[in-house]
Each structure stands twice: as structure tokens, then as C-alpha cells.
Design a protein around this ligand. Structure first.
Ligand code: 2NL
Length: 342
């Protein structure tokens, strides 16, 4: 091929390319133009590059600089046209710029935290304050002061996570109540939420770490009537007007002890899988503080009496939302959390 033949082909290509690029009215058409002009496989420009070896060696320099200049020009034209089309397509989009933006989900408090916050709010209105304490405790605060006999199975390495000699991860938030009774004189009305630990399998209904919320009221003349009235009021506030019942129970730290059930909100008491056919959902354990516990915490059990309760907010959140597996609360799966968020 002669130099002038080559120059003619390159000039034609430049002219055709300019027309093609100008004619492209969408970014898709522009991409087609780019492929037909510069496409590595069979674009017109790469095809011309392949012709270079057929020129005389003395003509190569001029031919090369010409084709490279056209290549650069086409690339610039393609880029300019792309910017033009993109700007036009944005300004022609039918958008109402006065519309409020779509709100992103920013996350929410954890479902268990939501239950704790709600319970705190109800008891706050009844004059309770929030008390917090350490999660690493001594055997004395976690067991001895709470009237556990030294050979109680809960003290065993199989049931409790020990950090060292005498130091363990608390198995309930009761140590906070003991510390509060040591530090303050009655009247005492406190609520202690927090995480507790036990050596247990992580299955559908158990977790080795779980939230507990306990309440304690100590004063002169406090009786089982106060316990029953306060906890019944709480159930009606938390679940909406509901039937409750108290069943006798046993804890080393309370005497007498009672468990409170609420009528199953899913079936209304007729029996369903959620309440395992009983019509009742277990809400909490409670009782009159054992005199030995008051004395251990330095409170005169002849002058003062008290009542206490403990419940698991995760259990309550499960039964309230009809969630089948407690592990869902700890997976941090946003698809689950979004569904129970508020
Ligand atoms: C449950 C229910 C309960 C308490 C916790 C308590 C705390 C002190 C004194 C007396 Cl300092 N009682 N807390 C009372 C009754 C029940 O928890 O199911 N626990 C395993």
C-alpha cells in the first residue's frame, strides 16, 4: 500500500467517525460507535494499524503519527460526546426535585434492648431507679449472700463460668441488689438490667450470655400484697390488659416464692404452640426477700421486709413477637433485625 492510499483511508475513517459519534443520541449507540471504530477485534482503526507493515519502511514514521493522531482525536470525541449525553439524560429525567428523599434504614435499638427500655419506663413511673454493677463478681455476691448453700449445683464448674479462684461471671443480676442494699438505707426501689452468663449450650431456647432484669423493693411494712399488685400492674401495662396468675415456686433467696404467668396473647388462653397448649406464658419469678439475704446485705430483717423479681427480656421478646429461636437475637442479621425493629 502506498502512503497516499493509507492517508486517504485514515482521513475517511476520521470523517466517518466524526459523523458516527455525532449521530449517536444515546450512550448505548455511542458504545456501538466506539466498538465499530476502536474495537480491538474488528474496529476500523485497529484494522488500519494492521496495514502499517505493508508500507515502505521510509513512510512508516509519517503514517504512524497520522493514525495515532486520528486515534487520539476519536477517543477525545467519544469522551466528549459521552459527557454531553450523560449531562443531557440527567437534566431530562422526569424527577420532582421537591419530593422528600427516600429514607435509608439507619438501624434501631436491639429487640431485647427495646423490651428492657419499655420495662424500665413502666417501673420508673412506679418510683424505681436503675442500678448497675459489675459482670465479673465474687462467689460471695453471686451465691453466698443470696442464701445458696455451699453445695448448691449452681456453684458447680459445670453451670457457672469461673474467671479464677472465687471470681466468676455473674449468673444473675442479684449481686447488684446486694451491693445496693449494702450502700443505701431503705426505702429501696431499684431495677437492675444487665447481661449474665452461664455454662450452657447455645440452642433455640438457651444462650450462654443472656440479659436479665431484676427488681427489688425494701421498706418497712412491705408485703406480698405489694409484690402482687405491682407485678400485676406491670403485666397490664406491658402486655395490655391481661389475666395473670401466681404459682408457688422456689428460689434460695426468696420465701415464699412465686412465678407469674400471663394469659397467652397469641391464642387468648385457649392453648396454642406458643404457650405449649397451656394458655399461659411464664413471665417472671418473684418472692419475698429471704431474711437471711437482708441480713447478709446489712439490713435489719426484724424492721424491714422486701420483695423481688427477675425476668429474661429475651424470652419476653421471643414470645411477644412469635420468634422461634433465641439465637436469632445474637446473629446480627440485619434481615431479621429489620423485621422486629421499631
Ligand atoms: C428467676 C427469677 C428472681 C429474684 C430473682 C432477688 C434478689 C435479691 C433478693 C431476693 Cl438481692 N431476690 N431476685 C427474686 C426472685 C426471682 O429471678 O427466674 N431466677 C432464676
Amino acid at each position: 500500500m502506498t502512503l497516499s492510499e493509507f492517508q486517504q483511508l485514515v482521513t475517511n475513517l476520521a470523517a466517518d467517525g466524526e459523523k458516527l459519534i455525532d449521530a449517536a443520541t444515546t450512550t448505548t449507540l455511542l458504545e456501538d460507535a466506539r466498538t465499530s471504530l476502536l474495537g480491538r477485534k474488528s474496529g476500523r482503526l485497529p484494522e488500519l494499524f494492521k496495514q502499517l507493515p505493508s508500507l515502505a519502511p521510509t513512510e512508516l514514521r509519517e503514517a504512524g503519527s497520522l493514525i495515532n493522531a486520528v486515534k487520539a482525536k476519536l477517543e477525545t470525541m467519544l469522551d466528549d460526546r459521552r459527557r454531553q449525553l450523560e449531562a443531557a439524560s440527567f437534566s431530562h429525567r422526569k424527577v420532582d426535585l421537591t419530593m422528600p428523599g427516600r429514607r435509608q434504614w439507619l438501624g434501631s435499638r436491639h429487640p431485647v434492648t427495646l423490651v428492657i427500655d419499655e420495662i424500665e419506663e413502666i417501673f420508673r413511673e412506679l418510683g424505681f431507679t436503675i442500678a448497675l454493677g459489675p459482670e465479673a463478681e465474687t462467689e460471695w455476691y453471686n451465691f453466698t449472700a443470696l442464701n445458696f448453700p455451699p453445695d448448691h449445683p449452681a456453684l458447680d464448674l459445670h453451670d457457672t463460668l469461673y474467671l479464677g479462684e472465687n471470681v466468676l461471671l455473674r449468673t444473675h443480676t442479684s449481686p447488684v441488689q446486694i451491693r445496693t442494699m449494702q450502700k443505701y438505707k431503705p426505702p429501696i426501689r431499684i431495677l437492675s438490667p444487665g447481661n449474665c452468663y452461664r455454662r450452657d449450650f447455645f440452642d433455640a431456647s438457651h444462650a450462654p450470655m443472656f440479659a436479665q432484669i431484676e427488681g427489688l423493693a425494701v421498706d418497712e411494712g412491705v408485703s406480698f400484697v405489694d409484690l402482687k399488685a405491682t407485678l400485676t400492674n406491670f403485666a397490664n401495662r406491658f402486655f395490655g390488659k391481661t389475666k395473670t396468675r401466681f404459682r408457688p415456686s422456689y428460689f434460695p433467696f426468696t420465701e415464699p416464692s412465686a412465678e407469674m404467668d400471663a394469659q397467652c396473647g397469641v391464642c387468648g388462653g385457649s392453648g396454642c404452640p406458643t404457650c405449649k397448649g397451656t394458655g399461659w406464658i411464664e413471665i417472671l419469678g418473684s418472692g419475698m426477700v429471704h431474711p437471711a439475704v437482708l441480713e447478709a446485705a446489712g439490713i435489719d430483717s426484724e424492721r424491714y421486709t422486701g420483695w423481688a423479681f427477675g425476668m429474661g427480656p429475651a424470652r419476653i421478646a421471643l414470645s411477644r413477637a412469635g420468634i422461634p429461636d433465641i439465637r436469632l437475637f445474637y446473629d446480627s442479621d440485619v434481615r431479621f433485625l429489620e423485621q422486629v425493629a421499631r
